[in-house]
Each structure stands twice: as C-alpha cells, then as structure tokens.
Design a protein around this ligand. Sequence first.
Ligand code: NAD
Ligand code: IPM
Ligand code: MN
Length: 367
Amino acid sequence: SRTHCIAILAGDGIGPEVMTQTLRVLDAVEASHGFTTERSERLVGGAAIDDGGHPLPPATVEACEKSDAILFGSVGGPKWESLPPDIQPERGALLPLRKRFGLFANLRPGVCLPSLTHASPVKGELIPNGFDVLCVRELTGGVYFGTPKGREERDGETVAFDTMVYKKSEIERILRVAFTAAMGRGKKLVSVDKANVLASSVLWRETALEIANEFPEVELSHLYVDNAAMQLVRRPDSFDVLVTENLFGDILSDEMAMISGSLGMLPSASLGAKKEGTDLYFGMYEPSGGSAPDIAGQGVANPIAQILSASMMLRYSLGESEAADAIDAAVAKTIDDGFRTGDIATGDPSETRVGTEAMAGAVIARL
Ligand code: NAD
Ligand code: IPM
Ligand code: MN
C-alpha cells in the first residue's frame, strides 16, 4: 500500500490535545482508503525548550527534512513569554520553520457552514448561504522577517524598529498562487494593501496589476486593509479570494475565522514550491489559531481546525484527495448533526455539547 512520511509537531497548550485526536481521524481514514503514514513525532516550541533548552532542536528539523509534509499543532504560552525573543517558541521555532522550508504561501480557507451561521457574530442575513472565503497570506516576507529589526539607544531613550520589505519576485509568486486559486473558485480576487501610506504596498499594487494580465478571466480589485477589515464584516459574502502581505493576512484571517464561527474551525496550509514533476507541495499544515492557554488542559478545545489541516495535508502534499474529501464531508456532517464544542455552541437545545475527544469521535463515526 502507499506510504507517506510525515513529521508530527504537536507543540504546546491545546496543540497536543487536538493533535492526538487528529491522529485518530488519520488512522481511520488510512484504514478506509488504503494508505499508511510513517509518523515522526518531535518536540517543538515550549515543549522543546523545557526538554533541552531550544524551541527548534536539530532532531526536529531533521525529521521535517525527511518527511513529505509537516503536521503542526501550535506553540507558545505564558510560560515562555519572558525568554529572550529569539528563543521564544514563535520566533525561535514557528517562523524559522516557515523560512527554512520556503513556505511562502499560507492558504486559510474561512468556511462557515450554513448550519453554523447562528454561531457567527455576523448577522445570519448577511451570510444566508454561509461564508466561504480563501485568504492567501504571504508568509515568509514583510515586516515579520525584514531587516533591520531590533532595538537600540538613541538620544537617551530606547527605540525599537521593524522593516516592512518586499522584493518584487516575492509579490509576484504569491499573487500567482492567489490568481490560480481564484481560477479554481469564483474568479474574484481582492488584493489588500495600504498603498496610500506604505511603499511596499505601492509595489504590491503595481505588481498585482501586472500579474492580472496573466489571468484575464479573474476580476481583480484592491482594498486598503482598514476598509477590507470593515467590508469583511459588512458584506462577508462579497469576497471570494483575498490576497495580502504577511501581517495584514495574520490579522484578517483571525477576523475571517470569527465570521466562520470560531478560530477553532480555521485550518491552514503553508506551502512552498511544487515537488518536481508533481502537482504536490511540501507543506506545513497548521491551525490558524494558537495554543489557547485559556482553555488548554481541559479537553474542551475544538479539534476541527487541526483535523481540517490534516485534510489539507492529504490533498496538497500526499496526493490523497479522496481521503481529504472524506474528512471534509465527515466534518461537515458532524456540524450539521449538531455536535458543538464550547467555542461554537449557542445553547440551542438541538445541539450536542462535546469536548475535544468526543468531537473527533463524532467525525470518525461519520467517515
Ligand atoms: P489563540 O489563537 O491561542 O487564542 C485566541 C482565542 O481563541 C482564545 O480565547 C482561545 O481559547 C480561542 N481558540 C483558539 N483555538 C481554539 C480552538 N481550537 N478551540 C476553541 N477555542 C480556540 O491566540 P492567543 O491567545 O493570542 O495566543 C496564545 C499563544 O499562542 C501565544 O503564545 C501565541 O503566540 C501563540 N500562537 C501560536 C500560533 C501557532 O503556533 N500557529 C498561532 C497563534 C498564536
Ligand atoms: C499565526 C500566528 C503566528 C503568526 C505567530 C504565532 C507567530 O499568529 O500563524 O497566525 O503571526 O504568523
Ligand atoms: Mn495569527
């Protein structure tokens, strides 16, 4: 049977809780679809700091290098917040992993199933048919990685600075990903920038207009990021695909997640270049949310973002799209059947309140 190698990096907080349940879903779908995964579970983030002092140990990087894909949980939490920035879980592990593997394209599909519209804080009449927007976030450039970055003493006080920088080639490649995604969906692309203030956004907008010539069927429009944040709440169903730089995409995707009902529902795929001669990518698959320290350890986190991230991994990196379809359908059925973790519960008597394990169990039962 087919075998795929994957690195499993559960991380911190709710990471291990939702990962354990996701691996059960993966076991079930492997059994029904005739393939296996060889899994290398490694430490990352705070868990790795506690073990050996570093958030991204060489053994973890090595396991990722040998794999077809990385399934990532989440990292960080109050325990490691006051360490020197460069060895904190986020800046010392997550960002270096994205950079090390060239994962410049972060796909975040915000989907609110019609049966969940009442869990969205956006009024139901604004999303009568649910909500289905793909956010394409640039992930290895911009202010996250630009130099100079740091702090120093100037004129007797401390200053701190970051640099928002983009090469034209970085903008071109993420726009091609977004236009291509739009071609496979509703052929509408909104490019989000701050071209009225930022030089990097002026280059972004110019480049978007150029790349648009390669995709004449796609209707391209531009929004300033502040307006985009507002329009997402005002007319959520006017969006199809949204493309933007790293920090704007970070912020807008959390907003999109909430329109979909909860951060606990939003998966993501962080993709690099295609594997030679195939339509598959090396990628890291991570829920869009974090380690949720406020609910960690209680068994109540919503595992769906992690489960759908695994589904994206099957689709984009392992070529197991039938298994991915099966997971997506089982998740949709689970929601339709009324299973709700706390984050998407409304108290309606038709709902069945469940914890992390029972939610995954309900998905498995529907596979
Ligand atoms: P967070 O995403 O962890 O939590 C924000 C809110 O969403 C919380 O109320 C949380 O309970 C809720 N939430 C998130 N995921 C959920 C789920 N699966 N089910 C139910 N509720 C869920 O953001 P934060 O509190 O700002 O950050 C906490 C830590 O996580 C920080 O250290 C941050 O840096 C880190 N973080 C890591 C990642 C990652 O590893 N990919 C992503 C975002 C934040
Ligand atoms: C995300 C997270 C990360 C980011 C943090 C934890 C570095 O918020 O994946 O959205 O900002 O990219
Ligand atoms: Mn984020």
